[in-house]
Ligand binder design. Structure first.
Ligand SMILES: Cc1cc2nc3c(=O)[nH]c(=O)nc-3n(C[C@H](O)[C@H](O)[C@H](O)COP(=O)(O)OP(=O)(O)OC[C@H]3O[C@@H](n4cnc5c(N)ncnc54)[C@H](O)[C@@H]3O)c2cc1C
Length: 435
């Protein structure tokens, strides 16, 4: 029996791989008895923030390529996501409740998997265990890890976006449609002229925030709070989150800035403001939104917030097969290894499962995907020696793309990655793995 501590995106993927290959495991999940500061339910694989698993375009986007590789590997998370998708252009967005309910049902119905609802305070001695407790690992477990790893787990903070009740948004001040007319057009766009933007900007940069400790100011560059971006200059947001380009087909007058919101569920009863992760006080968030004409009476379902993110020094601590150096019965999976994002965390669970299955089958040389796949490149990133290790999501810079001319680069990287992934799967099947 294998222990998987944490029934999040990584934990369920690892469990499914083990089960499909005939190995029994138990998922130890502390919710709903003990909640994290972001989860809302007891469901496995709950999406704690956005309902978007990002781009599903494998030829143009690294997240799309990663999904294609994961589908080849039999990802449970993507299987469920495909069944619960809500229209979102080229993105794979899901109805979050259906998504986690479906995964919980599939895991609960699997005879090889037991679900135990309790907080793990440590790892059972002698038991093979996967630690997949995520960025919000409970305090007791984090303390335990620090003591056995004999070094500090690293803390830093991300910020999450605002969600609003659909009925509270003044649709007469919005237009629907995706930038450049791409996709299904379910995005709500709220144009601002220069004066309106000026009011919004001044309110934002002068708004009060929750106090941060020094180490909490180490934001992840790809997920900056909106007020941090705004303080970089008056126009900064109009080149990013609020950029006004790509709307020519909806209006002859180019707005100065555009606030965008995407649907949160198939019922279209909630919208998430795109890029509005923030550390503003809740009262200040309400004051800020009241400066946007369409959001004068907006009602919050969730305020933007800061959150804990715990990850370990994987390059120092982990082997390339995700086992712990010096105690190869312990494995790590998910965001706690330093991968960043929903699908990356799920991928890490799959890779951990494949690695452990080979070990349990008696193989000494564990096959992992090559670094020409995006999966393998991300794995290499988190397990290769480096200074100042920082979490990383899937991106093309992990692949060695300089070998190809810029024009054909993405296509060639895509073709190479998929061919490599297929040959990896063939090798695993030759070993007798069920993928
Ligand atoms: C607030 C927040 C917002 C985020 N927003 C996004 C986003 O919008 N898009 C994106 O791509 N990524 C986002 N992430 C990052 C990340 O991709 C997700 O956190 C993802 O869920 C990580 O998957 P995981 O399986 O590693 O961890 P999780 O999905 O968090 O699963 C870990 C599980 O372990 C359980 N657990 C913790 N400690 C214990 C214990 N001691 N015993 C038993 N169970 C325990 C938890 O309850 C949880 O169910 C966000 C992260 C956070 C914290």
């Amino acid at each position: 029996m294998i222990d998987i501590i944490g029934g999040g995106l990584a934990g369920v993927e690892a469990a499914r791989i083990l089960s499909r290959n005939g190995f029994c495991c138990r998922i130890i999940e502390m919710r709903p008895g003990k909640m994290t500061e972001a989860h809302k339910s007891g469901a496995l694989a709950e999406l704690v923030c956005s309902n978007s698993l990002k781009s599903d375009d494998p030829l143009c986007n690294s997240k799309g390529l990663l999904k294609k590789e994961m589908r080849l590997l039999g990802s449970l998370v993507l299987e469920a996501a495909d069944e619960c998708a809500v229209p979102a252009g080229l993105s794979l967005n899901v109805d979050r409740e259906r998504f986690s309910t479906l995964i919980t049902e599939r895991i609960a119905g699997d005879p090889n998997i037991e679900i135990v609802r309790e907080e793990a305070l440590s790892i059972r001695t002698g038991r093979t265990s996967i630690i997949a407790t995520g960025p919000l690992t409970s305090g007791a477990m984090a303390e335990y890890l620090r003591s056995v790893l004999r070094r500090d787990a690293v803390y830093f903070f991300d910020a999450v976006s605002i969600v609003l009740e659909a009925g509270s948004i003044d649709k007469s001040r919005c237009f629907s449609g995706s930038r450049y007319g791409k996709g299904s057009g379910n995005i709500l766009n709220m144009p601002l002229d220069r004066d309106e933007y000026g009011l919004f900007y001044n309110t934002l940069v002068n708004a009060r925030t929750y106090p941060l400790k020094e180490f909490e100011k180490n934001f992840f560059e790809a997920c900056l709070p909106i007020e941090v971006v705004a303080k970089r200059g008056f126009d900064a947001l109009t080149f990013g989150t609020l950029r006004p380009v790509g709307f020519a087909e909806y209006s002859s007058v180019r707005p100065f800035a555009v606030v965008q919101a995407r649907p949160e569920s198939l019922l279209f009863d909630a919208y998430e403001l795109i890029g509005f992760q923030t550390n503003l006080l809740q009262s200040e968030q309400a004051r800020l939104l009241s400066t946007v004409p369409a959001l004068k009476n907006a009602k919050f379902i969730r305020y933007g917030m800061m959150h804990r993110n715990i990850y370990i020094d994987s390059p120092e601590l982990l082997n390339n097969d995700l086992s712990l150096k010096g105690n190869e019965k312990i494995y790590f999976a998910g965001q706690i290894t330093g991968v960043e994002g929903y699908i990356e965390s799920a991928l890490c669970g799959i890779l951990c499962g494949l690695s452990l299955v080979q070990k349990l089958m008696g193989f000494k040389d564990i096959l992992m995907p090559s670094s020409r796949t995006l999966s393998g490149a991300l794995l290499n990133y988190i397990t290769s020696p480096q200074k100042g290790f920082q979490p990383m999501g899937a991106n093309y810079s992990l692949l060695n793309g300089g070998r190809f001319a810029r024009k054909i680069r993405k296509t060639r990287l895509h073709d190479e990655a998929i061919a490599e992934m297929i040959s990896y799967i063939v090798k695993l099947r030759e070993r007798g793995l069920n993928i």
